[in-house]
Design a protein. Structure first.
Length: 316
């Protein structure tokens, strides 16, 4: 490889890195409103069969009024509703499912990639899928949160709340987008969804998965990939830029690296799949030239199962 390739690094000071991240935050803020619309459209296509758990308990969404019962705490009384009648009423809320679902959508620089063969950049697909999944889960009575960023919520406007939280985080001057969620252990009865291109080092991915599942939490990894990343269609003299760093790689006869590249990609994916199966997590691959609804339907099936692993040949 050394005979046909030349690499070099270009220095980039902290100020330039910070400015680049700030531009990324502004770009995210501009695009999220349209991604919210797309996410809700995708969620609507797989809504059939999803029903809320209409059962009284602690929650965030109003369910019904009922008469006050002696012995209950007076803090539960809805005085406005009670004023319209000669009885005292309590505002009941929907039951919250025992399982909280944590959703992580990778927003690191590598996710901005889009080839001519793809319908959308990887980050747009990841965010659309993550927001659509959150919307679908909340409609089904679940609570969802973003690891390290929001608490679990069951709000009907969950896509807007998630978007606002991500924009506020992205606009912080010291913010550097992380490729993976925090490796903090999740509660045993929760589930996690990690949507990313999974181009991180397998050791880092392993630490994250093992950390999050340390108490028995179940997870689902969706690897977002551009079709070019799978086929490596490059020929002749080609220059590759690493968007996560300041590295560049210039190669001659790029087609000569195709076989080795595809083999190393398969090896990388096998390593991630093994990490997932070792903790009872599912693993799926989703290409950005395919409809987002396919991946969402696949995720819905995984979440309803609660555990289990996709077969090695599966893809969303």
């Amino acid at each position: 490889m050394a005979a046909n390739a030349e690499t070099w690094l270009l220095a980039e000071d902290d100020a330039k890195v910070g400015a680049r991240h700030q531009r990324g935050g502004l770009d995210l803020a501009r695009r999220l409103p349209s991604l919210i619309v797309a996410a809700k459209d995708v969620a609507a296509t797989v809504m059939y069969g999803v029903h809320g758990r209409r059962r009284a308990g602690v929650g965030e969404t109003f369910w019904q009024f009922r008469p006050f019962v002696m012995g209950e705490s007076t803090t539960r009384i809805d005085w406005r509703r009670s004023a319209r009648d000669d009885r005292v009423y309590v505002r009941e809320r929907e039951w919250e499912a025992a399982h909280t679902v944590w959703i992580w959508a990778d927003r690191s620089p590598s996710m901005a990639f889009q080839s001519d063969l793809a319908a959308t950049p990887k980050i747009d697909r990841a965010l659309t899928l993550g927001l659509a999944c959150a919307d679908l889960l909340v409609r089904g009575g679940e609570r969802v949160g973003i690891p390290g960023l929001t608490r679990p919520m069951a709000a009907r406007n969950i896509a807007e709340r998630f978007s606002e939280a991500m924009i506020q985080e992205a606009m912080r001057p010291d913010h550097a987008p992380a490729e993976l969620p925090p490796a903090d252990a999740l509660a045993s009865r929760t589930q996690a969804i990690v949507i990313s291109d999974m181009l991180s080092d397998p050791e880092d991915i392993g630490r994250t998965i093992h950390g999050m599942s340390a108490n028995g939490a179940v997870g689902h990894v969706v690897m977002i990939t551009d079709p070019v990343e799978e086929t490596f269609p490059f020929t002749g003299h080609t220059e590759f830029l690493d968007v996560d760093s300041n590295a560049r790689l210039r190669v001659g006869e790029a087609e000569s690296f195709r076989k080795e590249y595809i083999a190393r990609l398969a090896q990388h994916r096998d390593a991630i799949r093994t990490l997932c199966t070792s903790r009872g997590w599912s693993f799926a691959i989703h290409r950005t030239d395919r409809p987002a609804s396919e991946a969402l339907l696949n995720l819905r099936m995984r979440l309803e199962a609660g555990h289990g692993v996709l077969s090695q040949g599966s893809a969303a």
